[in-house]
Design a protein around this ligand. Structure first.
Ligand SMILES: Cc1cc2nc3c(=O)[nH]c(=O)nc-3n(C[C@H](O)[C@H](O)[C@H](O)COP(=O)(O)OP(=O)(O)OC[C@H]3O[C@@H](n4cnc5c(N)ncnc54)[C@H](O)[C@@H]3O)c2cc1C
Length: 363
């Protein structure tokens, strides 16, 4: 069986690993000159986002033999609104992971676990691969090919700007600021690389590039941070959406290309990794890839409800939310139980009719 994978990121490499474990050696085509050339950045995996899976890093290791070493275990999440602060503490709220060209990044770790050849600086298209391969796994991290195939629908777009900051950090503490002065309808986050370095990033929805620059300048000023020179990065129009079908003929759409990024917080690492594994599994067993990945649809829909609600939030509402979250009942529910808190929150938002038009999804 001949399998081509377009993209050597999280979903493509996870797919390659699972194929190799089952004696299929794929051929990987990567547009950049190495794995993880993207700017170095800290990303988060929050257990909250993956329930009922309790610990996704342990899960993918035990079930699929994928070794992902996080850079830290998050034991405290601090959320700031303009006037309030909520702190969630728990034994293991989630992880931080390094992304990009750092050798410790998750994509570099995955690349070391496979033996398949990666063709770098590739400009090959899926159309060119069609005649030589039985399967083409699209793992390009963006919806360009899904759009070409006519199956993509964008639900929201984020603009991101961030940098690395030097200072004194607790590796177990991640921080989020909900404040429309700093990040329109979304958040600023910080996650430590080590005890002396952290990533800071402003995420705004929706915004123009100019507005993002202003929000970022205010973030730098108000949080009193000093960006390390040449570490600033900017990401415009990061598209989150869904596809009508994740399989089009012999093409399987994985990761961000297959709509595996949840639109509320923009988290997509674990769904992307799982989608790569499921694509491999579908190739190996002949099982229906759309059915295998249907679990993500409900999660995505709940997340979209929360995103639409977040888009209506002003700073007063952020203050109210944070004072509510600070009640022991809520923080305990989120940090110390395995309740699907996001699903419950989405139901509550719908029930209270915060959003006027209910979301009806047709896939
Ligand atoms: C700034 C930022 C912060 C984020 N923070 C978080 C977070 O905190 N937590 C979280 O869970 N998620 C986060 N995400 C989302 C997460 O990074 C993505 O969901 C995940 O990386 C998607 O994996 P992927 O395999 O689809 O794409 P990627 O891992 O991005 O890999 C795609 C690969 O395909 C290559 N490629 C692109 N086009 C082609 C082509 N035509 N041919 C060949 N190769 C190609 C690229 O060069 C790249 O190597 C964040 C995203 C961004 C941008």
């Amino acid at each position: 069986m001949k399998v081509a994978i377009l993209g050597a990121g999280l979903s493509g490499l996870s797919c390659a690993k699972h194929l190799e474990d089952n004696n299929i050696k794929p051929v990987i085509f990567e547009r950049r000159h190495r794995v993880g050339e993207r700017f170095p950045n800290m990303e988060a995996v929050m257990q909250l986002m993956h329930r009922p899976i309790i610990d996704p890093v342990v899960y993918v290791n035990k079930k699929y033999g994928l070794n992902l070493l996080p850079s830290g275990i998050t034991h405290s999440l601090e959320i700031y609104s303009p006037n309030y602060k909520a702190v969630f503490t728990g034994f293991n709220l989630g992880y931080t992971s390094i992304r990009g060209h750092d050798d410790r990044s998750w994509e570099c770790q995955l690349a070391r676990q496979i033996t398949a050849q990666i063709h770098y600086n590739s400009t090959v298209t899926w159309q060119e691969l069609e005649k030589d391969f039985d399967w083409i796994v699209v793992a390009t991290g963006d919806p360009a090919i899904s759009r070409e195939l006519g199956v993509w629908k964008t639900d929201t777009e984020a603009f991101l700007k961030g940098c690395i900051v030097k200072g004194k950090f607790d590796i177990g503490v991640a921080k989020i600021w909900l404040n429309n002065k700093l990040s329109k309808n979304c958040m600023v986050y910080s996650a430590p690389f080590s005890t002396s370095e952290a990533s800071y990033c402003t995420v705004a929805i929706p915004s123009s590039p100019e507005e993002l620059d202003k929000l970022w300048s205010r973030t730098v000023e108000e949080l009193n941070i000093e960006p390390v020179p040449k570490t600033e990065f900017k990401f415009e129009e990061y598209k989150m959406g869904r596809v009508k079908s994740r399989q089009v003929g012999k093409i399987l759409l994985t990761g961000a290309a297959g709509g595996f990024v949840e639109p509320f917080m923009g988290f997509g690492q674990i769904p992307s990794i799982l989608s790569g594994i499921y694509a491999a599994e579908s190739i190996i067993t002949g099982k229906d890839y759309n059915k295998m990945t249907a679990w993500f649809n409900k999660h995505y829909d709940n997340s979209l409800i929360l995103r639409e609600y977040a888009n209506t939030m002003d700073n007063d509402k952020f203050d109210k939310l944070i004072s509510l979250l600070n009640l022991p009942l809520f923080s305990n529910l989120a940090a110390n139980t395995n309740l699907p808190v996001l699903g419950i929150a989405a139901k509550a938002v719908q029930f209270m009719n915060f959003i006027k038009k209910p979301i009806t999804q047709k896939r």
